[in-house]
Design a protein around this ligand. Structure first.
Ligand SMILES: [Zn+2]
Ligand SMILES: [Zn+2]
Length: 533
């Protein structure tokens, strides 16, 4: 994780140990949970607790090859962020075999001691008992429905699955009341300018910049609005309980009675809605344009590892975009995440992918406000400019990595801006095998920062945000595995002519990656040519 912000006071808004009321919420706002733009002379930043909460929600939506339907297990999907000393140790989500909390135990074992965990849902008793036992420091969760949904079948209270959910909620409460770790809801009110700031920076990010540069007549603002609107509907449905009465019911069952009194209840719902809005804007910054844009190589694929599926790339880039919301440089927020592809098939919902590190651009750890120059090239005297002091997102992601970069594994960096000349050699030497980014600034010199070396970076496969060409459709698709094919449909054909997977719609054939988001029920059949199973 990037620069520490130990200097910033942390006002916790916790539901079950301190009784929140309107007064306290205001106090939290005043103690600088979010940096006040006017006082600090810079843009607002997302607090770490809010950032980790949003990352946990986003991890719940990690694209999976197969739907997580576990046999005889009522738990739904959930996302999890494991934080050690305020730095991200792992990003996880539930899989076919395991809940997110169980994944954390399997992956981190004794390293969980002293960690803070952020869940997208209150974990079930099965997860909770193991996490408490592991000695975690704090478990924070999003105050929507629980991992074992209390709302499903709610209208039929005699239903056995509902009874199981109630029993589990009661057990979770009992575990909570007897446990050492602090189990709480950590939501912090946003700075008043935060929503607008994130909306503007998302719409003006390099991904939209590239679309606008390619298509000067296109109304990119309209595309952004539509993308946001679609996300809002999806995310509200997933993470927000629209019916107030149902929400109160869930909060009561989870031991959050304090949130059910006014003004706490309205405040809580407003904080939840605002955080969901932040997520909708950030996710809209890398739009899904009917597969017209994606991350592709300019050169032929060569001998390296195949590219990740586009939906997984987009998910990781949006993780980096979320991290950028904590930038200390309000003009250019940059985020970077590093994932590696392990050799074994793992229990995590992320498959073989595991987090290596993440970061955003910020001043050196522990620096105080105004200790370093904050101004850009408009400051005439070069010695008073910020550039020599700010750590770049890539540098922080490499410095504070939680796992070693292994020569034999495919390690991938996802970064929201073209790496500059200071970062390119670091990326090359660190053993990064693939980079997913934008080249909007490539070959440019911008005052005190230049981007001349990225194009010449050899030995790293570069997947650049760009318009999809006919060549990309055949060359960039990662060879699908047998299990991927079988979970999509029934009939698989092989011929010796090419390695591309095609799906037939009536008379026309579409490459697999161009249609994977379509309705599978409309497919006539699927033909896999020359696949190796
Ligand atoms: Zn669980
Ligand atoms: Zn850089």
């Amino acid at each position: 994780m990037a620069a520490s912000d130990s200097r910033r006071s942390y006002g916790d808004f916790e539901g079950n140990r301190s009784i929140p009321n309107g007064e306290e919420v205001r106090n939290v706002r005043d103690t600088g949970v979010q940096t006040d733009a006017k006082v600090q002379g810079q843009g607002p930043r997302l607090s770490k607790a809010n950032l980790f909460t949003l990352l946990s929600l986003w991890m719940e939506l990690f694209p999976k090859k197969e739907p997580c339907q576990r046999e005889n297990d009522p738990a739904g999907d959930s996302g999890l962020v494991v934080v050690h000393e305020r730095r991200v140790l792992g990003l996880h989500c539930s899989s076919v075999q395991l809940h997110a909390g169980q994944v954390a135990v399997v992956k981190h074992g004794p390293r969980l001691k002293g960690c803070d965990l952020y869940f997208s849902r209150k974990p079930c008793s099965t997860c909770l008992k193991m996490l408490i036992n592991a000695g975690v420091n704090r478990i924070s969760y999003w105050p929507g429905d629980a991992e074992i949904g209390l709302l499903s079948d709610r209208h039929d209270h005699a239903d056995s699955s509902h009874q199981e959910a109630i029993l589990d909620a009661t057990a979770a409460e009992r575990l909570k009341s007897n446990s050492r770790p602090h189990i709480c809801v950590l939501l912090q009110p946003l700075d008043s300018t935060m929503l607008q700031f994130v909306e503007e920076t998302s719409q003006n990010c390099d991904f939209f910049g590239k679309i606008a540069a390619d298509n000067p007549t296109l109304d990119v603002a309209d595309i952004f609005r539509k993308e946001r609107w679609n996300n809002l509907n999806d995310f509200l449905e997933k993470f927000f309980i629209n019916d107030e009465e149902q929400h109160m019911y869930v909060l009561n069952k989870m031991g959050l009675e304090n949130f059910c009194v006014e003004p706490n209840f309205s405040n809580l719902r407003q904080h939840m809605r605002n955080l969901i809005r932040i997520l909708t804007s950030v996710a809209a910054s890398v739009p899904v344009l009917q597969d017209e844009y994606g991350f592709f190589m300019r050169e032929p694929l060569g001998t390296g590892s195949p590219a990740l599926p586009q939906d997984v790339i987009r998910h990781c880039i949006i993780q980096a975009r979320l991290l950028a919301c904590r930038t200390e440089d309000p003009k250019v927020g940059v985020g970077a995440v590093i994932w590696a592809e392990g050799k074994q098939s793992q229990c995590d919902g992320t498959g073989r992918l595991y987090l290596v590190g993440c970061g955003y651009n910020a001043y050196p750890v522990g620096s105080q406000y105004a200790e370093y120059p904050q101004l850009d090239h408009k400051q005439k005297e070069r010695q008073n400019r910020k550039y020599r002091y700010i750590l770049h997102a890539e540098q922080n992601a490499l410095t504070f990595r939680s796992a070693e970069i292994k020569e034999e594994e495919n390690t991938m960096m996802f970064v929201t801006k073209c790496p500059c000349d200071e970062c390119v050699p670091l990326i090359g030497c660190a053993g990064i095998k693939q980079i997913y980014t934008t080249d909007l600034d490539s070959n440019k010199v911008k005052h005190d920062i230049s981007y001349l070396r990225f194009d010449k970076l050899n030995g790293v496969q570069k997947f650049i945000w760009q318009q999809k060409s006919a060549r990309h459709t055949s060359e960039q698709a990662a060879p699908p595995t047998a299990s991927e094919c079988f979970c999509v449909l029934g009939a698989v054909y092989t011929t010796p002519f090419s390695t591309t997977l095609f799906i037939r719609f009536g008379r026309s054939f579409e490459p697999y990656h161009a249609v994977e988001k379509c309705h599978y029920t409309t497919m006539a059949f699927l033909r896999l040519e020359n696949a190796n199973f």
